[in-house]
Design a protein around this ligand. Structure first.
Ligand SMILES: *Cc1c(COP(=O)(O)O)cnc(C)c1O
Length: 841
């Protein structure tokens, strides 16, 4: 049973993303895009879809009417795209991801369809501002951070580069929680993004699948046939599809994001209800719906709960059943599945798909093991996103076996086959232990990374460094066994959202300076490089930056009642709060700076605003302490008249995609300071630099490649390398002697421990600080001095406005390689063999 809140409007049944129903169908007159037509259609939607007249309409009603009018245009393109793909028989990409952090969609759609001017003018007829109503659209926060945002950028880039694709994921009723800061501490509140309905989605009841859990496996031995296994699940739930169109640049291609919602097969047990057990009657429905109720809020950490495994299997099985149904309908056979479908596993969350596809091929469609295995491997590829041990997914065997008994059998069989191969190739016992799909050391667990690896023909890391470390660490032995499988695909971000939409001022300036070609081919941004030494252009560039900073300053004033000077350097770190990302290092530097400004007021300090934002997993105590510390420091520093204009510290609550769109264009300095070797790629680093921020960062993730593209004079790199971090960890490094030898660091830590920032809670940060002395696992003490020195170099540079401006322009000019269009073209060519230019299959 769906609650009234998440029931979509019945008007949502007018198009079909499926390829099979659109062929040769008559289509209505295509919609016109002039502002007069728009104005009358918006009025029509307001009247007939929403049931209001303009006098009674609230801003929300205008948003909805506008969305519906824009949506009609998308549908025209959507149907056309699907028809084209079906007719051509092109290979499709299915991108399986537990998370899609798409944010708002209206501006994306309007901008990619080139409707900005028409819609703005149409709304002006009713005295409504597009900029105002856009802000009322809730953020679709169906993801935690970088991994989910990557999936969203990839969906947009696949549509923009013409790669036919389905995104498959979960329609969480409650996406990522809303963060508030109360008395300096994070408070988590439920996000109810479907409260006003969701005009972007189309419910597809006809595309529903049964998903089983538990029960038993029976052996069937029929005369004349090979014996086979059949799974009889103990429970079943229904997966119902909800489709959202994803529009590419200039509307050239529209793909489908298909999200699954769990529903009970028996919404209400009438017998129980009639006999008076009203709660019991709904219990089954509640249990089923719980599967897609909430997004797990832990990032780079394995959740480990049974419900999470249910979520993973639920959306994997639904997606595979859907892929198989569509394929059989088009081709009548599954033998050629891998010619027509490429399935990308975004991290290990959908890794159970490997066993599930084997089950469907063998048990349901009668394939022999060997052919099923060939098809499976040829169809799947897998992206690894982290090397952090605490994030590598494993499941206790007893849980796996109870929930998915047949898939567990298949995993054992895959494991036996893999180990046989490794033994034949002469790998020794230690390596075989590393390869095994079963971890025998920690109470017997299924290793999802190993499962995804062996079931795929290509495994990729997300930056050059990360891919090399993957070969040396987690997949060392598997890489030895299958040396041609690992490849690199460095992440990217879509320039439509992260430059054109987020930074219209800069987009207009660039268009003026080098012409509009970069809008279609982002590599043309390189033409800006020649203007970096042009004083007049630099000044215009920095004037746009100043406007963007004023816009952010206004948000800070409105939300936090802190006034910041847009003329100061905006030094920004926004991302999930995590020890490896080292917000702690940044705030210690702020404390040291605060001390130094007060003890040496005569020095030439440069005004800075240190801005932080990001959510901590609710169960991650240290990360929450860091948020508390940042807010404690902000309160003290911002109230101290002796530093007023030289230092401000701001924590902006509830960092999300929409806030990122305001923050990225307003940054002078981007903080990308993770402990080297631990950030797989980062994409925040790319968004900042594309918008003309300079980066202070470690040699980690994609920073390494940014250094290559930007040139070493245009990025500020400091600190230990990944190899040096690994060596120190082996040598049981501690921070004690470093702290004792660094007066700046020692005094900053002392002031934390003495309660300078927490007079009401003296002991609050004792363990956070003592960890640095005793262990310094994240190399904060080890990197502090280099970080401090590099920050002072940036102070010097800030005074030299022309040099800063030149570097800022070069950052924008040289970031085009980090477009997700480039990432997608590489995946399409090297892994999927799909998209424009792919060999006909
Ligand atoms: C880009 C983005 C991220 C990823 O940021 P990193 O700095 O790469 O960790 C996380 N959250 C949001 C909202 C983003 O837009």
């Amino acid at each position: 049973m769906t609650s009234a809140l998440d029931t979509p409007r019945p008007s949502s049944h007018s198009a079909d993303a499926d390829d099979d129903t659109t062929l040769m169908a008559p289509t209505p007159q295509r919609r016109q895009n002039d502002s007069a037509t728009f104005a009358s259609e918006i009025l029509e939607k307001l009247t007939y879809a929403i049931g209001k007249n303009p006098a009674a309409a609230r801003r929300h009603d205008w948003l909805e009417a506008t969305t519906l009018a824009v949506r009609d245009r998308i549908i025209d393109h959507w149907l056309e795209s699907n028809q084209k793909t079906t007719e051509s028989g092109e290979k499709r990409v299915c991108y399986l991801s537990m998370e899609f952090l798409i944010g708002r969609l209206l501006r994306d759609a309007i901008s990619n369809l080139g409707l900005t001017q028409s819609v703005t003018e149409a709304l002006a007829v009713y005295d409504v501002e597009l900029d105002m109503i856009e802000l009322l659209e809730p953020d679709a926060a169906l993801g935690n951070g970088g991994l989910g945002r990557l999936a969203a950028c990839f969906m947009e880039s696949m549509a923009s580069t013409g790669v036919p694709a389905f995104g498959y994921g979960i329609r969480y009723v409650h996406g990522f929680f809303r963060q508030e800061v109360v008395d300096g501490e994070q408070v988590e509140l439920p996000e109810n993004w479907l409260m006003h309905g969701n005009p972007w989605e189309f419910e597809r009841r006809e595309n529903s699948y049964e998903i089983g859990f538990g029960g038993k496996v029976a052996a069937i031995d029929e005369p004349g046939k090979p014996p086979r296994q059949i799974w009889r699940p103990g429970e079943r739930v229904l997966a119902v599809a909800y489709d959202t169109p994803i529009v590419g640049w200039r509307g050239n291609h529209v793909n489908t994001l298909r999200l699954w919602s769990a529903q009970s097969l028996d919404p209400i047990l009438l017998d129980a209800f009639n006999s008076g057990d009203h709660i019991g009657a709904l219990r089954e429905a509640n249990k089923a719906e719980a599967i897609t109720r909430v997004l797990y809020p832990a990032d780079s950490h394995q959740a480990g709960q049974e419900l999470r495994l249910r979520q993973e299997y639920f959306f994997s099985s639904a997606s595979l059943q859907d892929i198989i149904r569509r394929h059989l309908k088009a081709y009548g056979t599954l033998h050629n599945l891998s010619d027509k479908v490429a399935i990308q596993l975004n991290d290990t969350h959908p890794a159970v798909s490997v066993a599930e596809l084997m089950r469907l091929l063998i048990d349901v469609h009668g394939f022999a093991w060997d052919e099923a295995w060939t098809i499976t491997q040829a169809t799947f590829s897998y992206t690894n996103h982290t090397l952090l041990p605490e994030a590598l997914e494993t499941w206790p065997i007893h849980l796996f076996e109870r929930l998915l008994p047949r898939q567990m059998q298949i995993i054992y069989a895959i494991n036996a086959q893999t180990i046989r191969e490794a033994t034949q190739k002469g790998l020794d016992g230690g390596k075989i232990t590393a390869i095994s799909l079963i971890d025998e050391n920690n109470g017997r667990r299924v290793r999802m990374g190993q499962l995804a690896f062996v079931g795929s023909h290509a495994i990729n890391g997300v930056s050059a460094l990360h891919t090399e470390l993957m070969k040396e660490t987690v997949f060392h032995s598997l890489h030895e066994l299958y040396p041609s499988r690992i490849q690199n695909k460095t992440n990217g971000v879509t320039p439509r959202r992260w430059l054109m939409q987020a930074n219209p001022g800069l987009t207009a300036l660039v268009t003026d300076a080098i012409g509009p070609a970069f809008l279609d081919n982002v590599e043309k941004l390189a033409d800006l490089d020649a203007l970096a030494t042009d004083a007049a252009f630099r000044e215009k560039f920095m004037a746009v930056k100043l406007e963007n900073k004023q816009r952010l300053a206004k948000v800070i004033e409105e939300r936090l009642a802190i006034s910041v000077d847009p003329g100061a350097m905006f030094d920004i770190q926004v991302k999930r709060i995590h020890e490896y990302k080292r917000q702690f290092l940044n705030i210690i530097e702020a404390i040291a700076l605060y001390d130094q400004i007060r003890s040496h007021p005569e020095r030439n300090w440069q005004p800075r605003v240190k801005i932080f934002g990001g959510k901590a997993a609710p169960s991650y105590a240290q990360a929450k302490e860091i948020i508390h510390l940042i807010n404690d420091v902000a309160r003290v520093v911002n109230a101290d008249p002796s530093v007023q204009n030289l230092l401000k510290v701001v924590f902006i609550p509830n960092y999300n995609v929409s806030l990122a769109e305001i923050i990225m264009p307003a940054a002078d300095l981007s903080e990308q300071i993770s402990t080297a070797g631990l950030e797989a790629s980062g994409t925040g680093n790319m968004k900042f630099a594309l918008n003309g921020a300079l980066t202070i960062g470690t040699l980690d993730g994609a920073n390494v490649e940014m250094l290559e593209h930007l040139g070493e004079e245009n990025i500020y790199i400091f600190g230990l390398t990944a190899a040096e971090v690994a060596a120190r960890r082996r040598e049981a490094h501690s921070g004690r002697s470093i702290i004792e030898n660094s007066r700046l660091l020692r005094e900053a830590l002392d002031s934390i421990v003495k309660g300078v920032f927490s007079p009401d809670g003296q002991e609050r940060y004792a363990s956070l600080v003592s960890n640095l002395y005793n262990n310094d696992w994240w190399m904060i003490a080890a990197d502090f001095e280099a970080y401090w020195q590099t920050q002072r170099k940036l102070d010097d540079l800030w005074q030299d406005t022309p040099s800063w401006g030149e570097k800022a322009v070069r950052n924008t000019a040289r970031m085009s390689w980090f477009s997700s269009d480039r990432s997608i073209r590489e995946y399409a060519k090297d892994i999927w063999r799909a998209g424009p230019g792919a060999p006909a299959s």
